[in-house]
Design a protein around this ligand. Sequence first.
Ligand code: FES
Length: 144
Amino acid sequence: MALYTETVMDHFMHPRNVGSIEEADGVGEVGNAVCGDIMKMYLKIENNVITDVKFETFGCGSAIASSSIATEMILGKTIEEALAVTNKQVVEALGGLPAHKLHCSVLAEEAVKAAVKNYYDREGIEYDHSQFPDTEDCDSCRFV
Ligand code: FES
Protein backbone atom coordinates (compact mmCIF):
# COMPACT_ATOMS: atom_id res chain seq x y z
CA MET A 1 0.00 0.00 0.00
CA ALA A 2 1.22 3.47 -0.84
CA LEU A 3 2.44 5.53 2.09
CA TYR A 4 0.46 8.57 0.96
CA THR A 5 -3.09 8.77 -0.38
CA GLU A 6 -3.88 10.17 -3.81
CA THR A 7 -5.41 13.21 -2.12
CA VAL A 8 -2.22 13.89 -0.18
CA MET A 9 -0.15 13.57 -3.35
CA ASP A 10 -2.56 15.81 -5.28
CA HIS A 11 -2.43 18.58 -2.68
CA PHE A 12 1.33 18.21 -2.36
CA MET A 13 1.93 18.36 -6.12
CA HIS A 14 -0.77 20.96 -6.80
CA PRO A 15 -1.26 22.92 -3.58
CA ARG A 16 -4.29 25.23 -3.52
CA ASN A 17 -4.22 28.82 -2.28
CA VAL A 18 -0.44 29.16 -2.10
CA GLY A 19 0.95 32.63 -1.51
CA SER A 20 0.29 35.60 0.68
CA ILE A 21 -2.37 38.31 1.01
CA GLU A 22 -0.95 41.80 1.12
CA GLU A 23 -3.83 43.40 3.01
CA ALA A 24 -4.63 40.38 5.15
CA ASP A 25 -6.91 40.85 8.14
CA GLY A 26 -5.19 38.11 10.08
CA VAL A 27 -1.83 36.38 9.74
CA GLY A 28 -0.71 33.39 11.74
CA GLU A 29 2.67 31.73 11.77
CA VAL A 30 3.39 28.49 13.55
CA GLY A 31 6.33 26.13 13.61
CA ASN A 32 7.24 22.70 14.77
CA ALA A 33 10.17 22.84 17.13
CA VAL A 34 11.27 19.31 16.34
CA CYS A 35 11.35 19.27 12.52
CA GLY A 36 11.76 23.04 12.11
CA ASP A 37 8.95 23.32 9.56
CA ILE A 38 7.04 26.60 9.41
CA MET A 39 3.52 27.41 8.20
CA LYS A 40 2.08 30.85 7.63
CA MET A 41 -1.63 31.46 7.03
CA TYR A 42 -3.21 34.68 5.71
CA LEU A 43 -6.92 35.46 6.07
CA LYS A 44 -9.20 38.03 4.53
CA ILE A 45 -12.34 38.38 6.64
CA GLU A 46 -15.58 40.19 5.82
CA ASN A 47 -18.66 40.14 8.03
CA ASN A 48 -17.24 37.25 10.06
CA VAL A 49 -16.69 35.16 6.90
CA ILE A 50 -13.33 34.07 5.50
CA THR A 51 -13.43 35.47 1.98
CA ASP A 52 -9.83 34.67 1.04
CA VAL A 53 -7.07 32.52 2.44
CA LYS A 54 -3.50 31.87 1.36
CA PHE A 55 -0.63 29.95 2.88
CA GLU A 56 3.12 29.64 2.74
CA THR A 57 4.60 26.45 4.11
CA PHE A 58 8.29 25.76 4.44
CA GLY A 59 8.04 22.14 5.30
CA CYS A 60 7.46 18.56 4.36
CA GLY A 61 4.98 17.27 1.80
CA SER A 62 2.46 16.32 4.47
CA ALA A 63 2.59 19.83 5.91
CA ILE A 64 2.05 21.33 2.45
CA ALA A 65 -0.86 18.97 1.71
CA SER A 66 -2.35 19.67 5.17
CA SER A 67 -2.20 23.42 4.74
CA SER A 68 -3.56 23.24 1.20
CA ILE A 69 -6.61 21.21 2.15
CA ALA A 70 -7.14 23.27 5.31
CA THR A 71 -7.45 26.41 3.20
CA GLU A 72 -10.16 24.70 1.14
CA MET A 73 -11.93 23.64 4.32
CA ILE A 74 -12.13 27.16 5.76
CA LEU A 75 -12.68 29.29 2.65
CA GLY A 76 -16.19 30.77 2.69
CA LYS A 77 -16.73 29.61 6.27
CA THR A 78 -17.43 31.71 9.33
CA ILE A 79 -14.66 32.32 11.83
CA GLU A 80 -16.37 29.97 14.28
CA GLU A 81 -16.52 27.22 11.67
CA ALA A 82 -12.84 27.73 10.83
CA LEU A 83 -11.90 27.58 14.50
CA ALA A 84 -13.76 24.29 14.81
CA VAL A 85 -11.57 22.60 12.18
CA THR A 86 -9.32 20.06 13.88
CA ASN A 87 -6.18 18.37 12.67
CA LYS A 88 -8.16 15.12 12.79
CA GLN A 89 -10.59 16.53 10.22
CA VAL A 90 -7.65 17.66 8.09
CA VAL A 91 -6.23 14.13 8.20
CA GLU A 92 -9.64 12.66 7.34
CA ALA A 93 -10.03 15.05 4.40
CA LEU A 94 -6.63 13.91 3.15
CA GLY A 95 -7.74 10.29 3.37
CA GLY A 96 -5.20 9.68 6.11
CA LEU A 97 -1.56 10.36 6.91
CA PRO A 98 1.11 7.95 8.17
CA ALA A 99 1.26 7.95 11.99
CA HIS A 100 4.66 9.62 12.07
CA LYS A 101 3.26 12.44 9.90
CA LEU A 102 0.18 13.25 11.96
CA HIS A 103 1.98 16.13 13.65
CA CYS A 104 2.20 17.87 10.25
CA SER A 105 -1.59 18.25 10.22
CA VAL A 106 -1.44 19.89 13.66
CA LEU A 107 0.46 22.76 12.07
CA ALA A 108 -2.51 23.43 9.76
CA GLU A 109 -4.99 23.56 12.62
CA GLU A 110 -2.69 25.78 14.63
CA ALA A 111 -1.94 28.12 11.70
CA VAL A 112 -5.67 28.75 11.13
CA LYS A 113 -6.19 29.43 14.82
CA ALA A 114 -3.13 31.69 15.02
CA ALA A 115 -4.39 33.74 12.06
CA VAL A 116 -7.83 34.16 13.65
CA LYS A 117 -6.22 35.12 16.96
CA ASN A 118 -4.16 37.71 15.13
CA TYR A 119 -7.35 39.05 13.53
CA TYR A 120 -9.03 39.30 16.94
CA ASP A 121 -5.99 41.08 18.37
CA ARG A 122 -5.82 43.56 15.49
CA GLU A 123 -9.53 44.33 15.71
CA GLY A 124 -9.56 44.49 19.49
CA ILE A 125 -12.16 41.71 19.62
CA GLU A 126 -12.52 40.00 22.98
CA TYR A 127 -12.00 36.22 22.98
CA ASP A 128 -11.51 33.25 25.19
CA HIS A 129 -7.73 32.74 25.29
CA SER A 130 -8.10 29.10 26.24
CA GLN A 131 -9.48 28.28 22.78
CA PHE A 132 -6.10 28.98 21.21
CA PRO A 133 -3.17 26.60 21.59
CA ASP A 134 0.00 27.99 23.10
CA THR A 135 2.15 27.49 20.03
CA GLU A 136 5.17 28.80 21.91
CA ASP A 137 4.97 25.91 24.32
CA CYS A 138 6.34 22.75 22.67
CA ASP A 139 5.16 20.59 25.57
CA SER A 140 1.57 21.52 24.69
CA CYS A 141 1.85 19.77 21.32
CA ARG A 142 0.56 16.24 21.61
CA PHE A 143 2.70 15.04 18.70
CA VAL A 144 6.12 16.38 19.60
FE1 FES B 1 7.67 18.82 9.96
FE2 FES B 1 5.91 17.48 8.56
S1 FES B 1 7.91 16.83 9.14
S2 FES B 1 5.65 19.38 9.53
